[in-house]
Design a protein around this ligand. Sequence first.
Ligand code: HEC
Ligand code: HEC
Length: 151
Amino acid sequence: MFKTVKISNSLSRKVISIFLIAMTAMVFSSAALSVQSLRGDSALDSDSNKIVKHRVNTVEGGIKRNFKLQPPMIPHTIDKYQITLKNNGCMKCHSEKAYKKEKAPKVGDSHYVDRDGKTLKQVSGRRYFCNQCHAPQTKDNPLVENTFEGI
Ligand code: HEC
Ligand code: HEC
């Protein structure tokens, strides 16, 4: 009787020490792998990290195209120009009427052609949302190396 109690005592001591080691390991590993969300690893009740601002690359004369039918990149900032159902801010400068005065390139003729091949008076619905195809560039180092060569 006495003997069995002794065995179970040392067994429970072993179980407890394994448990403690496991807990310590968990505490240390969770400190190293703290949760990283879009707002960084700042605590829930503190302000999030400041968002890094990206400066838009303004390129006079435009950005060189890499292939013939590439939608040219936008060489200026666009945050002030809105595209809504009733008004397209980009067309204030890039339309047939305005481009000369604004010294901006006119949208390509292709932008007035609808899906049935008809040439319209206004920009076609297919080309209405300009930044679906055209995008500005920022002054950042590329995240991955790009070895594409234009033709
Ligand atoms: C205030 C006038 C103005 C507005 C509004 C404007 N742009 Fe421009 N855009 C210009 C001018 C001027 C250039 C030529 C810049 C240069 O070549 O130095 C240009 C160049 C471009 C080019 C490059 C064309 C090429 O052949 O390289 C694209 C693409 C473009 N704009 C798209 C847009 C889009 C999309 C919007 C709306 C989000 C927009 N622009 C709004 C004035 C404007
Ligand atoms: C579906 C994709 C697409 C959309 C949407 C689009 N474009 Fe384009 N854009 C192109 C392509 C491709 C080219 C180059 C070939 C061409 O002119 O069709 C181009 C060319 C241009 C050029 C240069 C024209 C030239 O002759 O050098 C300007 C400026 C331009 N787009 C402005 C705009 C504006 C402003 C809008 C919105 C009203 C717009 N684009 C919407 C694809 C698009």
